[in-house]
Design a protein around this ligand. Structure first.
Ligand SMILES: [Zn+2]
Length: 107
C-alpha cells in the first residue's frame, strides 16, 4: 500500500506497521521525493466488507456493503457442491464460525 505525502503529494513508502487491532493499523511512512523528505505516521481502519473472506475471523465484525447480494450468496452457499481443498496460506482459526453442537461442543 502506498500513500500520498501530505506536503508534496508524491507517493510515500510504508517503512513499518504496528497493528493496534484486527481492523486498525498505524504506519510509519517516508516520502519518496528526496527534496521533501517528510516522514509521518498514518492510520488505516478497515471499515467495510466489500467481498466476503473465505477464512473469516469470527472476532471481526465489519459492516457488509449494500452492493453485496446477500440472498444470492446465501443461496450459493446452500446449493453449491463441495470440492476438497486444504488452505495453506491462511488457515482458518476455526473450521466454521460456530462450534459444533452435541457432546463435543455447546448445544
Ligand atoms: Zn513529500
Amino acid at each position: 500500500m502506498r500513500v500520498s505525502c501530505p506536503h508534496c503529494k508524491q507517493l510515500g513508502t510504508i517503512r513499518s506497521t504496528e497493528r493496534l487491532s484486527p481492523t486498525v493499523s498505524q504506519h510509519y511512512v517516508i516520502c519518496s521525493n528526496r527534496e521533501c523528505g517528510h516522514t509521518w505516521r498514518a492510520t488505516t481502519v478497515a471499515d467495510m466488507t466489500l467481498s466476503i473472506s473465505s477464512t473469516p475471523d469470527p472476532t471481526v465484525a465489519l459492516p457488509l456493503s449494500t452492493h453485496v447480494r446477500r440472498a444470492v450468496i446465501a443461496q450459493l452457499i446452500r446449493c453449491a457442491a463441495e470440492a476438497d481443498y486444504t488452505p495453506c496460506l491462511t488457515p482458518p482459526t476455526t473450521l466454521d464460525l460456530f462450534p459444533p453442537s452435541g457432546p463435543d461442543g455447546p448445544s
